[in-house]
Design a protein around this ligand. Structure first.
Ligand SMILES: Nc1ncnc2c1ncn2[C@@H]1O[C@H](COP(=O)(O)OP(=O)(O)OP(=O)(O)O)[C@@H](O)[C@H]1O
Ligand SMILES: [Mg+2]
Length: 228
């Protein structure tokens, strides 16, 4: 495995103001994700996992500390450069698929290729190919509401990968699925990791799925307490 660092944070802290209260949600997190690495994050509800992912994805600003994405300190660059870098380098998968209900899954997946400036033909070709790879070749004209939960998450995986990001940030991507379907989605993510050399950072409450990744980080009360 290459040891090029794709995504890193150093002494990351995040405070939220709740009325008069200052709540420290992240308390100095250090983390590095290498190219092609699959890392799981586990931890109790409220320990700060989603907050960490938001900060790593540049969706929120840290109170202190830095996030380095693909070699750039995202706290030191303009908001437009952050979104550009995020679009180029990261993909996101959430617990809820967040596909747009009025569009087919082909359109959903092709959309960000179009936004990136490609022609309709190229976008459709790329999206069809990837949807085929995730096992949805026979469903591309269907709308999300016409798919099963597992199929919708497969489409969400395809959407996250369509611009060939270096790292996917996934927040409980199988949290809504039964265990057999969750297992299939994990299997798919691990295969795509091997095929595309894309890194995965996945928050999960499922211990057995977490231990199929290269490393498991344990979060407790805003800190990473174990890394094995
Ligand atoms: N915008 C916000 N304002 C105030 N507090 C927040 C905000 N976002 C998160 N928090 C608090 O930060 C803590 C960590 O939240 P976070 O969503 O990161 O937890 P989590 O580990 O993802 O939990 P879960 O497993 O339930 O998804 C919680 O106590 C939460 O209430
Ligand atoms: Mg969460």
């Amino acid at each position: 495995m290459s040891d090029t660092i794709i995504l890193q944070c150093q002494q990351l802290t995040k405070h939220f103001q709740q009325g008069d209260l200052d709540v420290e949600v992240l308390k100095g997190v250090d983390l590095s994700i290498n190219a092609g690495e699959c890392v799981a994050i586990m931890g109790a509800s409220g320990s700060g996992k989603s907050t960490l992912l938001h900060l790593l994805g540049g969706l929120e600003k840290p109170t202190q500390g830095k996030v380095i994405l693909d070699g750039e300190n995202i706290n030191k660059i303009s908001a437009s450069r952050v979104s550009q870098l995020r679009n180029q380098s990261l993909g996101f998968i959430y617990q809820f698929h967040h596909l747009l209900g009025e569009f087919s899954i082909l359109e959903n997946v092709a959309m960000s290729v179009l936004i990136g400036g490609a022609s309709v033909k190229v976008a459709i070709e790329k999206a069809s190919k990837l949807l085929d790879r995730v096992g949805l070749g026979h469903r591309i004209q269907h709308k999300p509401g016409e798919l099963s939960g597992g199929e919708r998450q497969r489409a969400a995986v395809a959407r996250a990968l369509i611009n060939r990001p270096k790292c996917i940030l996934a927040d409980e991507p199988t949290g809504n699925l039964d265990s057999k379907t969750a297992e299939q989605i994990y299997q798919l993510m691990l295969e795509l990791n091997q095929e595309l050399h894309v890194s995965f950072l996945v928050v999960t409450h499922n211990q057995s799925l977490a231990h199929r990744m290269d490393r498991v980080l344990q979060m407790e009360d805003g800190m990473i307490v174990t890394d094995d």
